[in-house]
Each structure stands twice: as structure tokens, then as C-alpha cells.
Design a protein around this ligand. Structure first.
Ligand code: NDP
Length: 285
């Protein structure tokens, strides 16, 4: 047996690769007005992306957008408002995308440096989400539909409406924010868990359909992360009991999640995965 490694002082398998530049790429981050989504929007803007955020509350969205860094010339940021929980969400999404298309065309004709969003995206991060805190038998159909629409149906619809330009440009990154609850389970989070594992199933199959076009699709599943969503739990007496189960010994920070999302975006060969970022609370089998 002769190892290939011994034939040369240089490793013959090593290939020099340029890091992927995100400067000028168009990114859409749903849930970008707060918490995990905002952290991701901020990282993308720092790397020179044109970032568009989508959320429910227009004022909060505008404030968040205004605080994103503009690091490169001609960088454009945009704010979209839609209620992803509504059964009317697909219509809202369609009309937003149609208005983006007309704004982008006008902007490009007039002045490429004006502030607006693009109508096609290279990167989509689905971070908008709502939780649940009711036992299954007490969860009514309206709450069920609202959770499933926000966390599963709307992300799928949005992906459907935005994937064509990615296929045409032969590059794209799609990231869903899942949850440790999907894999680990938790009392009072049946519907939430189902919605979060729903995106894992969707993303895994999607990765197989679009990989040959240079598009990757992955899920990042956070554990308990400090945001508005978890503030009431993290400030309650229950917090110390949860911490006992987290080997790293602290709750997650938004940056723990956004750094992982950036790692995925800057990877060519990572697709179809559900990456757990939870301080060791749950380990994938
Ligand atoms: P936050 O509650 O801090 O922020 C939620 C974001 O989603 C906001 O931007 C909000 O917009 C947007 N959003 C909520 N509902 C809708 C809707 N109907 N239509 C449009 N936008 C909506 O949550 P986190 O940052 O903590 O959570 C982000 C994601 O991470 C979620 O998918 C969540 O399930 C997941 N996650 C979070 C964990 C945690 O511990 N924090 C753990 C595991 C997963 P607006 O500001 O307008 O309300």
C-alpha cells in the first residue's frame, strides 16, 4: 500500500478556493425586524449584501432597516410588510413581489444608487416565526392554522415564488430557521414542533431538486436563544432548570445563530442539513 500523501510534500488533494463574496448579493430575511432575523440581516449587511427584511409591523421593520450598516457603495436595503399567518398571505406576498419588480425597474432606469429592494434574491432566510404555549388539547384550530401558516406554509410559498431567478443565475442559498423543539419535542409545543420539522422535510427534498443549479437549502435549528420570544421563560424561575440541561451552561445569543447561518451561506458543499445550534441541549442521532 502506498499512500498518495507520501508522493509529494504538497497535499495533492488540496485545492485553493477563493472565499465566496456576498458583496452586492440580494438577500431577503423574513422576521428581520427583531431577534434572530435581525442578527442575520445585520451580518448580511456587514458583508455587503443588499438586505430586504419582511415583517408584520411596519414601524419596527423601518427602525430595524435604518440600523443596518451600509458598508458598500450602491448598497440597497428594503422593507416589506406582510402577515405570514394569514390565509391571505400568498396574495400579500404576490402583490409585494409585483411592487418590488416595478420599483426595481424604475430605479434601475433612473438611478442605481437609490434606496429600494430588489425583485429577485440570491439568499432567502426564513426567520419569521411564532411559538406556541398551549397543550395540544387546548390548542384551537385558529391558533393551529396561524402557527402552521407562519412557520411552514408561507415560507414554502415564498420559496416557490422566488426560486426561479436563483435557478437562472445558478446560485442561491435558502435557509429556514427551525427549532430544537422539532427534533427534541416539548410539552405545549405540538403544532410548533410539527411546523418546524415540516420545514426540515421540505428543505431536505428541495436540496435534492436544486443542488445541480448551485442552490443549497438548509435548516438551522436553534435551542433557547435570548430574544423577545423567549424573554418570559428566560426571566422566569424555570430558566435555571433549563440551564441545567444545556451543557455549554448558557442560553444562546442571536449571534450564535447568525454566525452559523453565515457559515452555511459561505459554503458550496453544505446542503440538505438540519444544523442544531443549542449549546448541546439536543444531539442529533
Ligand atoms: P421574535 O419573536 O424575536 O421575532 C419574530 C420575528 O418574526 C419578528 O421579526 C416578527 O415581525 C416576525 N413575525 C412573526 N409573526 C409574523 C407574521 N405573522 N408575519 C410576518 N412576520 C412575522 O422571534 P425570534 O427571533 O426568537 O425567532 C426567530 C425564529 O427562530 C422563529 O422562527 C422561531 O421559531 C425560531 N426559534 C427561536 C428560538 C428562540 O429561543 N428564540 C428557538 C428556536 C427557534 P414583527 O416584528 O413585525 O412582529
Amino acid at each position: 500500500y502506498q499512500s498518495n500523501y507520501s508522493t509529494s510534500t504538497n497535499n495533492v488533494y488540496y485545492k485553493q478556493q477563493e472565499p465566496i463574496s456576498l458583496v452586492g448579493k440580494n438577500a431577503l430575511v423574513t422576521g428581520g425586524s427583531r431577534g434572530i432575523g435581525y442578527g442575520i440581516a445585520h451580518e448580511l449587511a456587514e458583508r455587503g449584501c443588499n438586505v430586504t427584511i419582511l415583517s408584520r409591523d411596519e414601524t419596527r421593520g423601518k427602525e430595524a432597516l435604518g440600523s443596518l450598516p451600509l458598508t458598500h457603495q450602491n448598497q440597497r436595503h428594503g422593507n416589506l410588510v406582510a402577515d405570514l399567518s394569514s390565509s391571505n398571505a400568498p396574495k400579500q406576498i404576490d402583490s409585494l413581489l409585483a411592487s418590488l419588480k416595478s420599483t426595481t425597474t424604475t430605479d434601475d432606469q433612473q438611478d442605481s444608487s437609490s434606496s429600494s429592494s430588489s425583485s429577485s434574491f440570491d439568499i432567502i432566510v426564513h426567520a419569521a416565526g411564532i411559538a406556541q404555549s398551549s397543550l395540544f388539547m387546548r390548542t384551537n384550530p385558529e391558533e393551529t392554522t396561524s402557527i402552521i401558516n407562519t412557520n411552514l406554509v408561507s415560507p414554502i410559498y415564498l420559496t416557490r415564488q422566488l426560486i426561479k431567478p436563483m435557478v437562472q443565475s445558478k446560485w442561491g442559498r435558502i435557509i429556514f430557521i427551525g427549532s430544537v423543539v422539532g427534533s427534541m419535542g416539548n410539552k405545549g409545543q405540538t403544532i410548533y414542533g410539527a411546523s418546524k420539522m415540516g420545514v426540515v422535510g421540505f428543505s431536505t427534498s428541495l436540496s435534492k431538486e436544486v443542488g445541480s443549479f448551485g442552490i443549497t437549502s438548509n435548516v438551522v435549528s436553534p435551542g433557547y436563544t435570548e430574544t423577545d420570544m423567549t424573554a418570559s421563560i428566560i426571566q422566569s424561575p424555570l430558566a435555571s432548570k433549563i440551564l441545567e440541561k444545556i451543557p455549554i451552561g448558557r442560553f444562546g445569543h442571536v449571534n450564535d445563530i447568525s454566525k452559523t447561518v453565515m457559515f452555511i451561506i459561505e459554503s458550496d458543499y453544505l446542503t440538505g442539513q438540519n444544523i442544531h445550534v443549542n449549546g448541546g441541549l439536543f444531539t442529533s442521532p
